[in-house]
Design a protein around this ligand. Sequence first.
Ligand SMILES: *Cc1c(COP(=O)(O)O)cnc(C)c1O
Length: 227
Amino acid sequence: MAASSADPAQSYAAVVARIARAAQAAGRASADVCLVAVSKQQPWEAIAPVLAAGQRVFGENRVQEAQARWAERRAQVGTGGLALHLIGPLQSNKAADAVAFFDVIETLDREKLARVLADEVQAQGRSPRLYVQVNTGEEPQKAGVVPGEADAFIAAVRATYGLEPEGLMCIPPVDEPPGPHFALLAKIAARNGLSRLSMGMSDDFETAIRFGATSVRVGSAVFGARA
Ligand SMILES: *Cc1c(COP(=O)(O)O)cnc(C)c1O
């Protein structure tokens, strides 16, 4: 974990280097692991140096907070642009805003949301990439489909709602070793023909890369502790 006093540009460079080393150790190309820099609840002073260093993929967990932080800045970034990921739970009544704003929505986890997202994709002619969130630890307080319902849910997302998810996302329980959860997510993805895995945060992204993560969502190790 990075201290909040650390220089974000340095912490960012360190995380990028750790991702590259972890990928190499796993016999993978570092370009195959995308860093989603989780900027939620961070002051702009922490984010600006990371943006200036070239990071373009950011994760946010609330629609309105993301709009407030990024709407104008996204236009200023210009060519190449930003890729903004929604990594927090999405309420159906915010789905229209989310489809309009995000490039990737990582938290598709129920049929009602699939229906509303499908309607908005139709209405807006804009298709954010989608991940299905799986609650690998079956924690009652956590969003995500439980593993035993994941195959049926993915099938319904495809067949009933005409959406094609790109991959799966999970947040393992804080008090358990993450490896088995990452392995389970990879297994569910493979048997459903999904090639992308969003897994791993500040404390466990190297483990996630070992288990096949194609994107890691890292906040505090890049930007410092959240307020
Ligand atoms: C906050 C958050 C992260 C980043 O957490 P860190 O421990 O700060 O890296 C990653 N994924 C999700 C879903 C989050 O809500």
